[in-house]
Design a protein around this ligand. Structure first.
Ligand code: CP
Length: 333
């Protein structure tokens, strides 16, 4: 009886969210009400994120990943299995699909959407992905496109924040990276945080600041974010003492001769364990740290892993529930 009531609630939440049949290309495709609706739905689904609730039986998800992934592909596939759906996957389509025979992405999406009710696409070329998406006859979820956006990573990180603090509004969050041009998760998260009323600080080298297009869009919705440039490790650690959360979005690192110089810039954005411990001791306050992962050797102080400051592994568990919620909202239950 209790499960029956929960499923009734899930149905009414899906209907209230009103996202059935829609694609999620950008975090801005969702209204604030829809984001909060997804949080509410995810909380209802959390009890099943290690078991199964047959809400989308008979539906097929296709995961097409033109770039490597551990978390995004596996958590979407886990979420679909937990909901009783099936998955068909291409984890290396440039080798194992007809993309290797130069089939266009638009043809591929047109074909795969004849099989699958929903497609999760990761692609290195965001412009190409955006141009090809309308050819799909099924809803598409952006699983990370070029340097543009990674909306479901932002959604899961916003959900983690919401589950940790019980709110997003008013929280002070610093998004920090050696390269905020290429940090697609940083772009989606900046939109999401700003729209939900967090106080956002963007810390990066001035040469690698957040793209103007992202800043313009945030300003268009009447929100101010602060930018801080060219900090060193000392000044960065001073800055983060005033934050509630530090958000470290992964970005591509150059290889070859530029790699060493990039590592040195990355070092300026190292969150010191001592900084977090000092604030905890002096102010009885936890500064949380999250990283979208994967992280590189030396990028983080690993002592944070086993402390209450760590949110990056907590977010992995929340990712399944919020992706279950998104799948239900798109497919209906
Ligand atoms: N955070 C993230 O997108 O991880 P993957 O590249 O492993 O999917």
């Amino acid at each position: 009886m209790e499960n029956k009531n929960k499923i009734q609630t899930i149905r009414s939440l899906v209907s209230k969210i009103g996202f059935e049949g829609r694609s999620l290309l950008s975090i801005n495709d969702l209204t604030n009400e829809q984001i909060y609706g997804l949080f509410e739905l995810a909380m209802k689904l959390e009890p099943w994120n290690r078991s199964m609730v047959p809400l989308v039986t008979g539906n097929v998800m296709s995961t097409l990943f033109f770039q490597p992934s551990t978390r995004t592909r596996m958590s979407f596939e886990t979420a679909m299995h937990r909901l009783g759906g099936a998955v068909i996957s291409e984890a290396n389509p440039l080798v194992t699909s007809s993309a290797a025979k130069e089939e266009s992405l638009s043809d591929m999406l047109k074909v795969v959407s004849k099989y699958a009710n929903i497609i999760v696409l990761r692609h290195f070329d965001d412009r190409g992905a955006r141009e090809a998406a309308p050819y799909s006859e099924s809803p598409i979820i952006n699983g990370g496109w070029g340097h543009w956006e990674h909306p479901t990573q932002a959604l899961l990180d916003l959900y983690t924040l919401y589950r940790t603090f019980g709110r997003v509004e008013g929280l002070k969050v610093c998004i920090a990276s050696a390269d905020l041009i290429e940090a697609r998760t940083g772009h989606s998260m900046a939109y999401g945080l700003a729209r939900l009323g967090a106080k956002v600080t963007l810390a990066s080298p001035s040469a690698k600041r957040t793209p103007q297009e992202v800043l313009d869009k945030i300003h268009e919705i009447g929100i101010q974010v602060e930018e801080v440039f060219d900090l060193n490790q000392d000044t960065f650690n001073e800055l983060i003492m005033g934050m509630d959360m530090i958000y470290l979005p992964g970005c591509s690192a150059p290889k070859g001769p530029e790699a060493e110089a990039f590592k040195q810039v990355m070092d300026s954005y190292l969150v010191r364990y001592e900084t977090l411990a000092k604030v905890a001791a002096e102010q009885s306050r936890i500064i949380y740290v999250t990283h979208t992962l994967p992280r590189r050797a030396g990028e983080m102080d690993l002592r944070i892993d086993n402390t209450p400051h760590q949110l990056y592994f907590e977010a992995i568990a929340y990712s399944v529930a919020i992706r279950m919620a998104l799948i239900c909202a798109i497919l209906g239950v």
